[in-house]
Design a protein around this ligand. Structure first.
Ligand SMILES: [Zn+2]
Length: 368
């Protein structure tokens, strides 16, 4: 009896650990290892060096190239900037190879491909900061403000800028002016952040969890200065508004639920086993034990399927580390179940054999 009580306790402690273990796996894999504010500070210092002509040109030597090739990239920032040749991101922040995950597109717009690329930077490479970097005298924004006729595939590109220009026109009037262009450029930075937050569950999740800081910034091409604009002032509403309507697939939550369900089933069946040691004898016990064992294995399977589904469903990419850990934790659980239940099964077999032996002995005695 005492032995089985210890097993119950040990298993209980083991199960309490699972949500913690799995929760960590889904968040902290490889990264630059610095906080969002530290990363932002690093960008600010880099830009100060660039402005004051005191660049260090860090991490651009052969050693860095070889290192990043062998060990992979651990950038500390993602930057969405304009393709304009006067706004070169790594130069602006005096950064080297493997330091900034850069997305450049005319008008620094957030459309499907850009959002996918940003998700790779913030979700897979775990950069703690994402900067949406507009710049003064942006040709793409100016074209939309002027209502220029655009050709080829450009209309589909600049349509992302239209809402920003509309807002700027409401503020500054629709007559063309440098002030209107400047306002539209700033609004366009906010538009890209809004588009990202509204369309990317991963971005919302990371920002909500304080693992990611998204800031707007404006690069002044005339003097090299980056003007920091801070977070989107409606960020909280974007996070709250869209999060309530999504599929509730925050990995942490679903992990807690799945493991909670598993834990309850596990404890219930243990109560059953403790009871049977005292109350039930013979073949009936063996049958119930097997049923219980298979129910547990099945619930394990359901929990695993749940986990894998939430990792691959509706646009969220499967985190390899999360998946490996979830599978190995589940395997460990299966082994633990097997160990505990096989012991009980063997014990029950022994009792059945004992009962049969004593019946046989009694029968033999009666024959005599
Ligand atoms: Zn531009």
């Amino acid at each position: 009896m005492k032995k089985s009580f210890c097993r119950v306790l040990l298993s209980f402690m083991f199960f309490l650990l699972i949500p913690l273990l799995s929760g960590n796996a889904s968040t902290d894999s490889k990264s630059s290892g610095i906080s969002p504010l530290e990363a932002l500070e690093k960008l600010k210092k880099g830009n100060q060096r660039f402005v004051s002509e005191k660049r260090l040109y860090p991490n651009q030597d052969l050693k860095t190239r070889k290192n990043t090739s062998d060990k992979g990239q651990f950038p500390f920032a993602s930057v969405l900037g304009c393709a304009d040749s006067r706004a070169p991101v790594e130069h602006i922040f005096d950064a080297g190879v493997g330091e900034i995950f850069t997305i450049r597109v005319a008008g620094n717009v957030s459309d499907t491909d850009e959002i996918g690329t940003m998700e790779y930077g913030i979700g897979h490479l775990n950069t703690p900061v994402l900067v949406v970097l507009g710049h003064t005298k942006c040709g793409a924004v100016t074209a939309v403000v002027r209502g220029d006729k655009v050709h080829g595939s450009i209309p589909e590109l600049v349509d992302n800028i239209i809402p920003a220009v509309e807002r700027a026109k409401k503020k500054s009037g629709s007559a063309f002016s440098n002030k209107l262009v400047d306002d539209a450029i700033r609004e366009n930075v906010w538009q890209s952040i809004e588009d990202l937050l509204k369309r990317s569950e991963e971005a919302r999740h990371l920002v909500s969890g304080k693992k990611l800081l998204i800031v707007g910034a404006l690069y002044h091409i005339e003097n090299g200065e980056v003007e920091w604009l801070g977070e989107h002032k409606e960020q909280v509403s974007f996070l709250a508004h869209v999060n309530s309507g999504d599929h509730g697939s925050h990995s942490y939550k679903s992990l807690l639920i799945s493991n909670g369900v598993l834990l309850s089933i596990f404890l219930l069946s243990f109560i059953f086993f403790i009871g049977k040691n005292r109350l039930i004898k013979g073949m009936q016990v063996k049958g119930r034990m097997f049923t219980s064992f298979f129910v547990l294995i099945a619930s394990l399977g359901i929990a695993m399927a749940w986990e894998i589904n939430k990792n691959t469903g509706h646009g969220a990419h499967a985190d390899k580390g999360d998946l490996i850990l979830s599978v190995s934790v589940s395997l460990l659980m299966a082994i633990t179940f097997a160990y505990i239940y096989m012991n009980s099964i063997i014990g029950s077999f022994k009792r059945v054999i004992g009962a049969l032996k004593s019946t046989a002995a009694t029968a033999a005695d009666l024959k005599k």
